[in-house]
Design a protein around this ligand. Structure first.
Ligand SMILES: *[C@@H]1O[C@H](CO)[C@@H](O)[C@H](O)[C@H]1NC(C)=O
Length: 308
């Protein structure tokens, strides 16, 4: 009895070590028309700061910052709200088929835990998938020495609802291109894929290689609501990981939407002022996790030996 409780204790020590180190968070957040009018509302920008500073890397979508002022102001807020880290960003050009409606992808990240080691704007007239996307992925490679995976690539996508099937399928080609270009298997695809409800019909799913291909792990469970409105329940926002190595360095079952309305006790209207989507998030295992696990195992064995 006594030895088993000691064993349990040392096992728990090991587990605690794992959880303590597993705090590297990647997020994807559709900000629903983020621009100057949003950044001027102090309650909205405060909530945004609370949400975004949870993340080591946060992909922002639907950034419509015409004069290029709203993103720098948001960064100022983040840095004031969370002085323990320094936040900066890397952004795509304005993307979209018509000049009347364009969006940018913006990655906000902590300079003390992550650095950018490459970026690549996927062109919009590639052979084979002529103009597949409304907003071609702006692909960024990150180095994060404190994570188990160390280095990874993020492919963002905010699909156009009526073209969801085609765009998701075309993302598979983007993935193959990036694997070859940067000789890496550690790729994550993330964003508001509109991958549910009326935009991705069941009968069309078999035509989407991003869904049917082996070696791709869709981490946000089906039937998870990533929308704020209580009248909708759709799993639009997704995180998909390529490769077994990357999948293993994700903290199991950590991928989920972050219900900021509930977490910060907002009314639906207050939450909708921020966005009509929840961010989706996933945790990566820390580089120390394996070490603390083996320390835990070692301790357990040691205690066992002492008692027998
Ligand atoms: C859907 O895709 C087609 C090209 O395949 C494009 O011509 C059309 O403009 C797209 N629709 C939207 C709303 O982007």
């Amino acid at each position: 009895m006594k030895s088993s409780s000691l064993l349990l204790l040392s096992f728990l020590l090991g587990v605690c070590g794992v959880q303590g180190a597993s705090s590297f968070r990647i997020c994807a957040f559709n900000l629903h028309h983020f621009g100057e009018s949003k950044v001027k509302k102090s309650n909205v920008v405060h909530t945004l700061a609370r949400i975004i500073t949870r993340c080591d890397v946060c992909l922002l979508q639907e950034v419509r910052d015409m004069k290029g002022k709203a993103v720098p102001q948001l960064l100022d807020h983040l840095n004031r709200y969370d002085p323990d880290h320094e936040y900066t960003s890397v952004a795509s050009e304005r993307l979209g088929r018509s000049s009347a409606y364009q969006e940018q992808y913006v990655f906000v990240y902590r300079t003390d835990t992550v650095s950018v080691t490459g970026q690549y704007q996927y062109p919009d007239d590639r052979e084979g998938d002529v103009d597949a996307f409304s907003r071609e992925p702006f692909i960024v490679r990150f180095k994060a020495p404190k994570t188990d995976i160390k280095e990874f690539v993020l492919i963002p996508q905010h699909t156009t609802p009526i073209n969801t099937t085609k765009e998701l399928d075309a993302l598979y080609d983007v993935l193959q291109h990036v694997r070859k270009m940067w000789k890496t298997e550690n790729v994550m695809l993330l964003g508001d894929f509109n991958a549910d409800c009326g935009y991705l019909a069941k009968k069309n799913r078999k035509h989407v290689r991003l869904l049917t291909a082996r070696n791709l792990y869709w981490l946000i469970p089906e039937k998870t609501d990533t929308t704020v409105r209580s009248s909708t329940s759709c799993t639009y926002d997704r995180i998909v990981v390529h490769g077994e190595r990357f999948a293993r360095s994700v903290v199991p079952t950590s991928a989920a939407p972050f219900n900021f309305q509930q977490a910060y006790r907002l009314s639906e209207d207050q939450a909708l002022e921020v966005s009509d989507h929840y961010p989706v998030e996933v945790l990566l295992k820390g580089a120390a996790d394996r070490v603390s696990l083996s320390v835990g195992t070692f301790l357990s064995l040691f205690v066992l030996k002492m008692l027998t």
